[in-house]
Design a binder for this molecule. Structure first.
Ligand code: UDP
Length: 316
C-alpha cells in the first residue's frame, strides 16, 4: 500500500508516519516543506527503504501514484499560522485542491485534516458536527479558520461532483511527542516554562477551556477513519472530551514537574475561543473509538519527552 502523508514531518504527521511504518506492507511517502515540520521528527525513518521524504510545498501539485492520502500539511498553532496569514490560506485552499486532484486521478482515499477551529468561538457546547460555527471571517484567526472551512467545502464538492473518496476529520487540541517546543501552543509552552523555571504565561484570566487529546489516541482515530467504508465522509470530531481551564492546566503542569515557577497573566489574543469541547458520539459510533489516555498520563509522558529534549537541545 502506497500512502502519502502531507505535513508528515510535523507534530501529528510524524506520529502518524511512525504508526504507518509499523506495518511492513506500507510504503510511506512524507511530503513537507519544513515550514513548521522538523526533520528531527522523521529522522528514525529516513534510511528505511519503505520511507521517502519529499521536501516540497503542498501548494505545488504532486505527481505520484498512491492509494491513500493523509492530508495534514498546514501550520497549525495560532502563532505559526498567523505569521504569514496569506500563505496559510493558500496552503489550506491550494494544498487541499492539489490533494483532491491527486486523489481523484489515482482513485485514492483522502483523509482531510480539518479542525475544531471551524467552530470558531462556539455558541453551542459541546460542539457537535452539525453545529455550523461562529467564526469571525475578518479576524486574525480567519486565515486558518476560513481556510480550513474552504478546504472542507472543496472536499465535499469533490465527493459530490466526482465521487472522490474523501473523509473529513475535525481535530481538537492535541499534545504529545514531537510537538515543536517553539510553536507557542499552550501545553508545550507551559511544560517548557515549568522545566526551565520560567513564569507560566496564562493568557487572559485562564478561565477559557480546552479539551486535550493525546496524540497516540488521535492517531488511532485517524487510521480508523481511513479504513471506514467509502460512503463514510464525515465530518467526524476527533478529540478528548475531558474539559479543563487553561489555569487548571497550568496548575497541573506545576504539580507534575515540581517546578517553582509562578503563573503570570498575559493579554488574551484576539478571537481566542472561550470554550471548546468535542462531542464524540459520532466517532464512537462510526469508528468504535474514544480516547484512552487521561490528561494526567499524557502530561507525564509529554513532560518526559520535553525533559529528554531539553537535555539534547541544550547540548547542541
Ligand atoms: N494559551 C495560554 N498561554 C500560552 C499559550 C496559549 O494561556 O502560553 C492559551 C490560549 O490563549 C488559548 C489556549 O491556551 O486559550 C490554547 O491555546 P493554543 O495556542 O494551544 O491552541 P488554540 O486552542 O488556541 O488553537
Amino acid at each position: 500500500m502506497r500512502i502519502l502523508v502531507t505535513g508528515g514531518a510535523g507534530f501529528v504527521g510524524s506520529n502518524l508516519c511512525a504508526r504507518l511504518m509499523e506495518d511492513d506492507e506500507n510504503e510511506v511517502w512524507c511530503l513537507d516543506n519544513l515550514s513548521t515540520g522538523r526533520v528531527e521528527n522523521i529522522r528514525p525513518f529516513l534510511d528505511r527503504p519503505r520511507f521517502t521524504f519529499l521536501e516540497q510545498d503542498v501548494q505545488e501539485p504532486v505527481k505520484l501514484d498512491v492509494q491513500q492520502i493523509y492530508h495534514t500539511a498546514c501550520p497549525a498553532s495560532p502563532p505559526a499560522y498567523q505569521k504569514d496569514p496569506v500563505d496559510t490560506t493558500k496552503t489550506c485552499v491550494l494544498g487541499t485542491l492539489n490533494m483532491l486532484e491527486l486523489a481523484r486521478k489515482c482513485d485514492a482515499v483522502l483523509v482531510n485534516f480539518s479542525t475544531s477551529e471551524v467552530y470558531g468561538d462556539p455558541e453551542e457546547h459541546p460542539q457537535r458536527e452539525d453545529y455550523r460555527g461562529n467564526v469571525n471571517p475578518i479576524g486574525v484567526r480567519s486565515c486558518y479558520d476560513e481556510g480550513k472551512r474552504c478546504a472542507e467545502s472543496l472536499c465535499f464538492d469533490y465527493a459530490r461532483e466526482y465521487g472522490t473518496a474523501v473523509k473529513n476529520i475535525r481535530i481538537f487540541n492535541t499534545y504529545g511527542k514531537n510537538m515543536d517546543p517553539e510553536d507557542g501552543r499552550v501545553v508545550s509552552n507551559f511544560i517548557i516554562q515549568a522545566l526551565k523555571g520560567e513564569d507560566l504565561t496564562v493568557y487572559g484570566d485562564g478561565s477559557q477551556t480546552r479539551s486535550f487529546c493525546h496524540v497516540d489516541d488521535l492517531v488511532e482515530g485517524i487510521v480508523r477513519m481511513m479504513h471506514t467504508p467509502r460512503e463514510v465522509t464525515g465530518p467526524v470530531n476527533l478529540g478528548n472530551p475531558g474539559e479543563f481551564t487553561v489555569r487548571e492546566l497550568a496548575v497541573k503542569v506545576l504539580e507534575k514537574t515540581g517546578s517553582k515557577s509562578k503563573i503570570i497573566c498575559r493579554p488574551l489574543p484576539q478571537d481566542d475561543p472561550v470554550r471548546r469541547k468535542p462531542d464524540i458520539t459520532k466517532a464512537k459510533k462510526l469508528l468504535d473509538w474514544e480516547p484512552k489516555i487521561s490528561l494526567d498520563e499524557g502530561l507525564d509522558r509529554t513532560i518526559r519527552y520535553f525533559e529528554e529534549g531539553l537535555r539534547v537541545w541544550q547540548r547542541v
